[in-house]
Design a binder for this molecule. Structure first.
Ligand SMILES: [Zn+2]
Length: 415
């Protein structure tokens, strides 16, 4: 059986099994084991300890002096499957157009949908597979991917089938979310109900039958979908066993959070705009607030009030929102940096939110998100750095040196 021993290192995010999501003050505690070793056997973490108990090993040994071993990032919100980047719209925004204006002129999500329709399933798969490989190299070890650029029965199924193919070849776990209600397609401009009926009555049964999704999502926002539509979608998803992870409160407070709480959603994602009543609703629920700071960074918008959410005792999760319109980067180390620089999260809080809590937002916390005996050996080894605070501090630095996935060094994996 494959074995790796990493020694003379500092282990980050060392946890006992079966802990629950990290909330409020507990986000500040990031357990670290210095002068340590860790041994992986097969695809699991077998054991770890301090160097005075370091086992001798005949297998592969990595001396990681001055370097840190982290559990892989768990990125619980991405739109990794898309046809093309949208750098023209980026230039339009620099020239003064708003995201809403670009969307109203057929840009934005509708632009992605047009391009996706023109691309074959194979081409779409290849492009997404390459992006996934890049993300794994940057330290991501579990990921969620949404549909939502199909915006037709055929297009949405094409995306979800691409995600299913990615799941089959990916060395890291992938969770799929059905986001048919990402934007209203032009063909249904005068028939909102018709589009919702199509998604719920025609598409959802096929998705459930072919097991194409794990979660249901909707973009609950002015100009996109209403709270009533979000409620209808979450209810329909729940009937097919798909829990909700919804986009809400990106630009406006409309009641999406309360609706998500009522429908026992797994997470509410974005929350750039959030009020006291919504924070209280979250505090009395198990819904995970997921912040995506790359999006307000790229849109020059304001950031979610992370400190206020933490002080209310909430569990926070950080994810990349990788997508071609508002966050063309899936780099989780940069998300952690933004969380610290722009939202005043402590490095410990941001790392907890991007690892353990990210795993919880994917319902994978029993196997991923921490250095725990018996968990999957998805880890990364950093370059030499002075402390964990260097990750957000050295925000342009490529800190990931080596990646271990399923107990094997990435160079030995064919991803
Ligand atoms: Zn998103």
């Amino acid at each position: 059986m494959n074995e790796i021993l990493i020694k003379n290192t500092t282990l980050v995010q060392v946890r006992e099994p079966n802990i629950s999501i990290l909330k409020g003050e507990s986000l500040r505690k990031l357990p670290i084991l210095e002068n340590a070793w860790i041994r992986c056997q097969g695809d699991r973490i077998l054991d770890f300890g301090t160097m005075d108990s370091c086992p001798s090993d005949d297998g592969q040994v990595i001396d990681a002096k001055g370097r840190f071993v982290f559990p892989s990032w768990c990125d619980s919100h991405t739109h990794l499957v898309f046809a093309a980047y949208r750098e023209q719209e980026f230039v339009q925004r620099i020239s003064g157009m708003s995201y809403a204006e670009i969307a109203a002129k057929g840009g934005g999500i509708l632009n992605s949908a047009r391009r996706l329709r023109a691309m074959s399933e194979d081409e779409l798969f290849e492009a997404a597979h390459q992006r996934l490989e890049q993300l794994i190299k940057s330290g991501t070890g579990a990921i969620e991917i949404k549909s939502g650029y199909g915006l037709s029965a055929e297009g949405e199924l094409k995306m979800l089938r691409v995600i299913k193919r990615l799941k089959a070849v990916s060395p890291i776990p992938i969770k799929a979310s059905f986001l048919g209600a990402h934007a209203l397609p032009a063909a249904y401009k005068e028939d909102r109900k018709g589009y919702m009926d199509l998604l719920i009555n025609e598409l959802l049964p096929v998705i459930a039958e072919e097991q194409l999704a794990d979660y249901i999502d909707i973009f609950c926002e002015k100009g996109f979908f209403s709270v009533a539509e979000a409620e209808r979608m979450m209810e329909a998803g729940n009937k097919h066993g798909l829990r909700a992870k919804i986009h809400t409160n990106q630009f406006n407070s409309m009641g999406g959070i309360e609706a998500a709480v009522a429908h026992k959603a797994l997470s509410v994602d974005h929350l750039e705009v959030v009020n006291e009543a919504e924070i209280s609703a979250l505090a009395n629920s198990d819904v995970i607030p997921t912040l995506l700071p790359s999006a307000p960074f790229f849109l020059q918008d304001h950031y979610p009030p992370a400190r206020q959410l933490i002080e209310a005792g909430l569990p926070l999760c950080l994810a990349s929102d990788f997508n071609p319109g508002t966050s063309p980067s899936g780099k989780m180390a940069f998300v952690v940096a933004l969380a610290c620089i722009k939202m005043k999260m402590l490095p410990e809080e941001a790392i907890n939110a991007a690892t353990f809590n990210g795993a919880a937002a994917l319902e994978l916390e029993n196997d991923f998100g921490s250095i725990t005996k018996g968990k999957k050996a998805n880890l990364f080894i950093t370059k030499p750095m002075p402390s964990i605070a260097y990750i957000p501090y050295g925000f342009t630095e490529e800190i990931v040196d080596q990646v271990v996935i399923n107990g094997q060094l990435l160079s030995k994996l064919s991803v």
